[in-house]
Design a protein around this ligand. Sequence first.
Ligand SMILES: *Cc1c(COP(=O)(O)O)cnc(C)c1O
Length: 321
Amino acid sequence: MTHLTIGDIFEARKRIREDVVETPLIRARKLEELFGGGQVWLKLESFQPTGSFKVRGVANKMRSLTPEERGRGVCAASSGNHAQAVSYMAEKLGTSATIVMPENAPKSKVVGAQGYGAEVVLYGYTGEDREEECDRLMKSRNLSLVHSHTDPYVIAGHGTVALEVYEQMKGDLDELVIPCGAGSLTSGAAFAMKQIAPEILTTGVEPEEVPRFTESLKAGKPVTVVMGNTMADGLRVSKAEDINYDLIAENLGRLWTVGEESIARAVKEMTLRGKAVVEPSGCVGIAAALEGKIDVGPGRKVCFILTGGNIDGDLLKELLK
Ligand SMILES: *Cc1c(COP(=O)(O)O)cnc(C)c1O
């Protein structure tokens, strides 16, 4: 699978049917008052098993491995949510998982992965650190890699969320807003939406502190940026990879960056007005709306993908003050 087709995304949806749930799509009227009168729809991927959308792509990849590849055990590098999805699927498919996570990963994410029986190795702070260590373990232990963002099966699986939103909205939508880290969700969802409904605007949002795709699009090629300090731990990836850059450059309608203060406020507004617990990475689309970057004016219908709900209790408490 080198060139993604819409068929890959429909196949992914069939393949992962038993592993994912059709997550709720709800209208948030309290947020509409805040944003300017248009319709605000929330796609609650925080209600997936393991608390984030990551299970979509991971299930598609792990169910596509041969029995031999799967039987050897899998490994992955992850800031947290990919780790939990890989561990969950490994347990479900009866194999073992070895996961490399950063030393500053939220405790809930480490414990989450261990809870499904994975071996967690804490190593370094950046994506590059983790991937090097993961590569070393893969070779020395003969494991099968489940890459979090460059694997086409992962990208296709993540793209299924766009099909689901489209169907739940019965096609009646103006804009889909997608949190963007390493860009596999943005790649898959923007690609799928452009194929099935090119009239719906797709918008990616990344932290100002790590603007890898904003800078890459400016440069006209994938670049690596300096890792800033963002509370959105699922978006702490400094390097844009080719496959994600190509899909984003070709399919995504728009891309914004947001500041840390807006991300913090977005978590609070989501909890108190949206009535949903969402982690900082999952809130960057809401943060962009708070900054006035998303048009949610009268007559518009905008859907925000809330990508995950795995936030440590202490951080949530701090942000609700
Ligand atoms: C992984 C993740 C993202 C970003 O997805 P990418 O495919 O890396 O861009 C956003 N939100 C949450 C909650 C995540 O776990």
